[in-house]
Design a binder for this molecule. Structure first.
Ligand code: ZN
Length: 315
């Protein structure tokens, strides 16, 4: 069971299985004109439904790029097929987290899993992307977050999108690389740029609108879709000034068992340095500096996993 209501129905994505590429569940819309290759991905985690609805909206409206190519990909379809509203967390992945295996050695290695198989299938698509928007959602209810990576190009694209309000600059997790940090995306000197958006709580209806608006702003920033078509997708969001959170630490569970010493929401600001936030085994875990932002505390607290990320607001 889950502590949050399931307000979203899992959509039928089988109409998109054949797509128009040699990769199942990937559709490439080609303008026939020069321009970038933009890729929007959903269901990297099989229980995060809002992104799937956003891709379906793009499909149903017949959104077409006027330059370059736009690819729409449903990613961990195998896990998604397992989605059961009675046990929604179980559909996050089948064998391993799809979003922790994106380094060349792992992808080219001998290890096998259903997620690795799918990642190897998708790798040419991801490597051909000039821009990637990866649609996710969060375990805890929280304001949406746009994760732009550590390179300046990421922050620049996040600012050009202008939405959502909160931008997080972080380098990922110690237990494996995310798709958004793969290859050229993490290289400050290379052009390709990736965004990951956390659209709110996994099963909150409002997360669908956030996913759609983020797609809208991504396509607008890239000037790939005419304004009238973007307005049919969704009216432009009202965008208050964005704020950047610089992640300083990913707090990884060491010995365990790890337990939070207070109940945390998705995004808490702890005013005083040295405030107790958790225990890792018997060891107290405290905040390292004043006004420390706790980003996305995780319910999965096994050794080696990220318990929570720490950051600070940057002016
Ligand atoms: Zn996710």
């Amino acid at each position: 069971m889950t502590e949050y209501p399931i307000e979203i129905v899992a959509p039928d994505i089988t109409p998109y299985r054949s797509g128009n590429t040699d990769i199942p569940y990937v559709t490439m819309l080609d303008s026939g004109q020069p321009g970038p290759h933009a890729v929007i991905t959903a269901l990297v985690h099989g229980n995060e439904l809002s992104g799937a609805w956003a891709l379906i909206r793009l499909h149903e409206l017949g959104i077409q790029p006027i330059r370059g190519r736009l690819s729409l990909a449903f990613v961990n379809v195998g896990a998604y097929r397992r989605f059961d509203p009675g046990n929604p967390k179980a559909a996050r992945y089948l064998d391993q987290d799809f979003n922790r295996l994106w380094d060349p050695i792992t992808l080219a290695g001998r290890a096998r899993s259903r997620e690795l198989e799918r990642a190897r299938q998708l790798r040419p698509l991801i490597e051909s992307a000039d821009y990637l928007l990866d649609l996710h959602s969060m375990q805890q209810p929280a304001e949406p977050l746009l994760l732009c990576g550590l390179a300046p190009k990421g922050e620049a694209l996040a600012r050009a999108m202008g939405y959502p309000r909160l931008i997080v600059a972080d380098g990922g997790h110690r237990n494996g690389a995310r798709m958004r940090d793969f290859g050229a995306f993490a290289d400050p000197a290379a052009g390709p740029t990736a965004m990951l958006v956390e659209c709110g709580q996994h099963w909150a209806k409002a997360s669908i609108e956030v996913a759609i608006l983020t797609c809208r702003q991504f396509l607008q920033a890239l000037a790939m879709v005419p304004p009238a078509a973007l307005d049919r997708l969704a009216p432009a969001p009202s965008c208050p000034p964005q704020q950047l959170i610089q992640v300083t630490d990913a707090m990884t569970v060491q010995a365990g068992p790890f337990r939070f010493a207070r109940s945390l929401k998705g995004l808490d600001v702890i005013p005083k340095a040295g405030t107790l936030i958790a225990f890792d085994g018997a060891k107290p875990v405290t905040t390292p500096y004043d006004d420390c932002v706790l980003i996305m505390p995780s319910p999965r607290l096994a050794p080696g996993l990220t318990a929570v990320r720490l950051g600070r607001f940057v002016d």
